[in-house]
Design a protein around this ligand. Structure first.
Ligand code: GLV
Ligand code: MN
Ligand code: MN
Length: 426
């Protein structure tokens, strides 16, 4: 394999969705940028002779049918091997979170198709590449919205009522992009087609860079196999106070929800720091109305909490809620907490994971098993089909930021490892 295959595929979308203000990329689902990426994927897959379609939940499927399949609706797609990832990003995200898995899937397909043409691969099932919409939940608030709908992990009525920052409902946006809201939701016929799902992803923390795996020169294996995803959820805290004039309202006369929100954010950090293995983040806050000379009337604070033990996650959120209530009351404000999404800790399918380890270690003998703190569509699908993951080293250890990085050689090592793993499963 040429040493820049995967990153040159990504090179074609290098300019799409760049965010001059935040840095990196902002590619929210169904934005012009994400739609352009979908077109790019569709063109790449179609050029390879794959049969591309979009399902009722907005997931793109590119099918490599068995050579003797009768037609596209052929039952030979049932129990297929599926790989893929997502193309949407967080605001100001990196180039690899999502697109690396999609580009690697295309590169792996190229390797497998060449092997089949050479008579070296004899498949017993079809392969599909899937692209999931709204993995990040950056537009409608619920991460992995496409895979949740497919798997029945979210009520479609609730999903369709979700709103983006401009007030558009998911129902309206989906309709505008050719989807029928009445057909959205759990799709057993599509699920029956997924025999196994394998997602390749950039490693999003310092797992592969940790001392456990690196030598004196700080170099370790380029690839890991995933074994678990940390339980995580999102909540919104709404602080309500008295909107007022910044100049005429004495400091003693205020009920300022911004102050209550600020004190709660400090408490969030302290509560999480006191609990082993916990992570809690406030990455988004929105004052209403949001004027320099205006005491806010409402402040919305979004909370992300993660812990391996789901009961501890719940206890952390409960403690944050109680502290927020005490803080709000002292400021003359009120607070309400709303859960926006919750995903328990996921352990990937052990048989599939063992198979991925065996395949990947044929190329990268010291590839470790790695847990992750990041959420993925593979984590949602794990409830309904056997899933597994492959991670590619990220030398910066930084993600959800423009500094996320993957070296060319590692990206290609990832595609080779993915191809090996898929060949063994086909
Ligand atoms: C997605 O990457 C998440 O972990 O929130
Ligand atoms: Mn991702
Ligand atoms: Mn992400």
């Amino acid at each position: 394999m040429h040493t820049t295959v995967v990153n040159s595929l990504l090179g074609a979308i290098d300019d799409i969705g760049r965010d001059a203000r935040r840095g990196g990329y902002s590619r929210p689902v169904y934005s012009e940028a994400e739609l352009t990426l979908r077109e790019w994927f569709t063109a790449e897959a179609t050029a390879r002779g794959l049969d591309v379609s979009t399902d009722a939940n907005g997931i793109i499927w590119a099918w490599w049918d068995l050579p003797n399949a009768a037609d596209a609706g052929d039952a030979s797609r049932d129990g297929a091997l599926v790989t893929g990832s997502h193309l949407d990003s967080v605001p100001g995200g990196g180039a690899f979170d999502g697109p690396l898995g999609v580009a690697s899937a295309l590169a792996a397909y190229d390797l497998l198709a060449a092997r089949e043409a050479a008579g070296e691969l004899h498949r017993t099932r079809a392969l599909a590449i899937a692209v999931f919409p709204e993995e990040e939940g950056s537009r409608f608030g619920v991460a992995c919205l496409g895979s949740r709908l497919l798997a029945g992990a979210i009520d479609p009525v609730r999903a369709l009522a979700l709103r983006d920052r401009d007030g558009n409902t998911f129902a309206d946006v989906a309709t505008a992009h050719g989807l029928d809201p009445d057909r959205m939701g759990r799709d057993d016929a599509t699920l029956a087609r997924i025999g196994h799902f394998v997602e390749l992803h950039v490693e999003q923390g310092r797992g592969l860079n940790s001392e456990a795996y690196t030598d004196h020169a700080g170099r370790g294996p380029a690839i890991a196999v995933g074994n678990s995803i940390l339980g995580h959820g999102r909540w919104r805290l709404r602080f309500t106070g008295q909107g007022n004039h910044a100049g005429t309202t004495l400091m003693t006369d205020r009920a300022d929800p911004m102050v209550a929100a600020a004190q709660t954010i400090i408490a969030v950090r302290a509560i999480a720091a006191a609990q082993d293995d916990a992570r809690a983040t406030v990455g988004r806050i929105e004052p209403i109305p949001g004027g320099t000379n205006v005491i806010a009337s409402i402040v919305d604070v979004w909370l992300d909490v993660r812990h391996p033990d789901d009961a501890i996650t719940a206890a952390i959120v409960e403690k944050i809620h109680l502290d927020a209530q005490t803080i709000a009351a002292a400021e003359g404000c009120a607070v309400e907490l709303v859960e926006e999404s919750l995903s328990g800790t996921v352990h990937f399918d052990t048989t599939l994971t063992r198979s991925l380890v065996d395949s990947v270690r044929g190329r990268v003998p010291d590839a470790p098993l790695l847990p992750t703190g990041a959420g993925h569509d593979a984590g949602v699908l794990a409830a309904v089909v056997p899933t597994g993951m492959i991670y590619v080293r990220n030398p910066t250890g930084i993600s959800h930021s423009p500094e996320e990085f993957v070296e060319d050689a590692d990206a290609d090592a990832g595609a080779l490892a993915l191809a090996e793993a898929l060949a063994d499963l086909l």
